[in-house]
Ligand binder design. Sequence first.
Ligand code: 3H9
Length: 675
Amino acid sequence: MTDPITTRKDGDVLIITSNNPPVNALGAAVRQGLDRAVKEGLADDSVKAMVITCEGKTFFAGADITEFGKPMQEPGLPTLVDSIEASDKPIVAAIHGTALGGGCEVALACHYRIAVPSAKLGLPEVKLGILPGAGGTQRLPRVAGVEFALELATKGDPVPAAKAQAAGLVDRLAGEDSLAADAIAYAREVADARPLPRASEKPVSVEPGVFDAFRKTNAKRFRGYDAPAEIISVIEETASLPYAEGVQRERNGFMKLIMGVQSAAQRHIFFAERKASKIDGVAEDVQLRPIKRVGVIGAGTMGGGISMNFLSAGIPVTIVEMQQEALDRGTGTIRKNYEATAAKGRMKPEQVEQAMGLLTPTLKMEDLADCDLVIEAVYEEMGVKNDIFTKLDGICKPGAILASNTSYLDINEIASVTGRPQDVLGLHFFSPANVMKLLEVVRGDKTADDVLATAMALAKKIRKVAVVAGVCYGFIGNRMLMPRQVEAMKLLHEGATPEQVDRVHVEFGMPMGPFQMSDLAGVDIGWHRDPTRIENIRDALAAEGRWGQKKSAGFYDYDENRRPSNSPRVAEIIEDFRKKTGTPQHEITDEEIVERTLYTMVNEGALILEEGKAQRASDIDVVWIYGYGWPPYRGGPMFWADTVGLKTIVAGLEKHGFPVAKLLRDKAEKGERFN
Ligand code: 3H9
C-alpha cells in the first residue's frame, strides 16, 4: 500500500500532505505517516515551520470509524495530537472541505489554523453517540470559549470558516484558490515567533451558570441521548483542571460512550445511510439519465413540497393543476414557505426569487412534454392515477421517467397502463416533503436499472436519504406502521388508555405515540364519512367531529395553543365500545404495549425482508429513522431488535399469539442478528 502521507520542502517549510481518499479519515496509516512526518520536520535543521494539509475534496473528516471496536494501532489519535502540539517548530493546519471530529482535533493541536472560506469545521462525534476523544473537549473551550465548544460538540453541526474565525477556532482565512501558497507564507511568517501558541496551555474562562442554562435550553433536543449529557459534564468538570487531568476525564467519557449500545446504534445508522444508496443487482457505473427539468402533477401540500426540493437544488419545475385557483394557492404556498425560511435568516431574499424563477405553473398537462422526470402527486385512487399515467404516456418525450408519489398503491399496475413500464417507478416522499429526509424509491417489476439509479442519484442531489423498496401495500414504512396502529387500537379495547400507549412510545424515544400521530395527521383520514356507520373507536370519534388537532378534539382535547389534555369524552367512547363488543379487560403493562406494538413492527420488517421488498435490514432502519422519527440512539427497529435479542422478540410475539415470520424465527434459532 502506498503511504498516504508525503512530505516536500518549500525552502524552510516542510509541507506534510495526506492523500487518503475519499475523506482523509485518520486511519492507522495516516496517523503513523503524520507522526513520522512531524518527526522528520523536527529532525531537519533546515526546516523552520511545517504545514499539514490534505489532497482531494477535504481536510481530515475524522477518525476512521471503521477502526472503532478493533484493537488500536499506535499511535492513537490522542497521542498523535499531543505530539503535534508539543512540536517546538510551529505547525500550521491548512484547511479545506471539512475538518471534522479527529480532523478538527488535529487542527486544534496545530499552533495556527488557516482555512479557505468554503471550509467547515466541527465536532460531529455526538452524532455517532460518542464525544471528541482526542483533546477536542479540552482544546476547543480554551481556544474558542465554553459556549462555542458546547454548541459545536453537543449538536455536532459544523460551522463555516468565517464563523470559526470569529470564535477563534480559525486564525486566518486563505484565498479560495490559494490555500497552499497562503499556508506556506503564514508558516514562514510565524516561523520565529515564540512562545508557540499551544491550545492546551490556555486557561478556560467560565461564566457562572452557563452549563445549567445550556442543559435547560436544550433539554428537549437531547432527550434520551447519552452523549450530549456526557459531553456537557466533561467540559463542566474539567473547566478548572489542567489539560493533562482534563484529557483523562475526556478519555474515560469516550470509552464509556463507545462501549455503549447508543454509540453502536448511531454508528450503525451512519453506515446504513450510506449503504442504502447502493442498489442490489445494478452496476455502480450504469449510465444515468439527465434530469434537467422536473414536472409535478398536483399543487397541493405534497406536490408543492416535492417541487420545493428540486427548486432549491436549482432544477426547474413545471407544476400542473386542474383549476387556476388551486394552482395559485399551491404556488402561493411555495412562496410563503420560502419567505418564512428567509425571514428566519436561512435563505437570502434573492435566493427566494431564484427558486421561484425556476417554477412554471400551468393548467396544461401537455406542458410536461419537455420534462425529464414527472412526479404525480394527486390523491390516492387507482383510477385517477391510471388516467394520469395513460395521458403522460402520450405526452412525455421518450426516455422521460414517470413517477408516482403513491403511499400504498401498486406501481406495477400503474406502469401497466403505459407503453413504457421500464420508465415507471414510485417516488414516495414523506410529509412535509420539503423537510422530511426520507424518500422511498419503489422499484416496479419492470423498472429499468438506469431509471432506478437515476432516481437514487437525484435523491442525493436534493439531499434526501433514499431507500429502494419493492412493490407491496404501504412499501416499507407504512406497511410496518399498520400492525402498530392495529395493535394500539386493540389495546384501547382491552383496557389501555391513549395516554398510556402514547407515553410508552414517547418514553421509548419516538417523537409521539400512535394516537398523538392520528390527531396530528387527522383522525378522519381514510374514514368512510358515514356518521351513522360506527364500527370502531375511530369511527365514533370521526362521527362526532373529533378529527384531531385541526378540530381541537381527537383522541385528546386541545386548547387554543394546541396543548393536549386527556379527554373524558374519549374515555366514555372507549368504555362504550368495550361494553358493546364485550372485549375482556385486563391490566395492560407498559411491557405488553412494547411487545404488541413494536415487536409486531419488527415481525413485519422480517416479512418485508423475507419477501425481498427491502434490500437489507439496515435499509428498514433508515426508513424508520428518517421517515418516522425512530430514535437514532436505538438504531432503527431491526437494529433495536438485535439489541433486545431475537429470541426475546419471538417469545414476546408468541406470548400474544402472533404468527412469527420465518426469517425472524430462523435467525433467532441460529442465534443470528439482522444487522
Ligand atoms: C472521531 O473523529 C473521533 C475522535 O474524536 C476521537 C478518536 C479517538 N471514517 O458521507 P460520504 C466514508 S469520530 C471512515 O458519502 P460526502 C463513508 O462511509 C469521526 N469512513 O461523502 C463513505 O464510504 P462508502 C468524526 C468514512 O462527500 C465515504 O467515506 N467524523 C468516514 O457526502 C464517503 O462518505 C465524522 O463523523 C470516517 N470518518 O460527505 C464525519 N467518513 O463510499 C463523518 C466518511 O464506502 N463523515 N467515510 O459508502 C461525514 O460527515 C461525511 O462523510 C463528509 C463527506 C461530510 C466528510
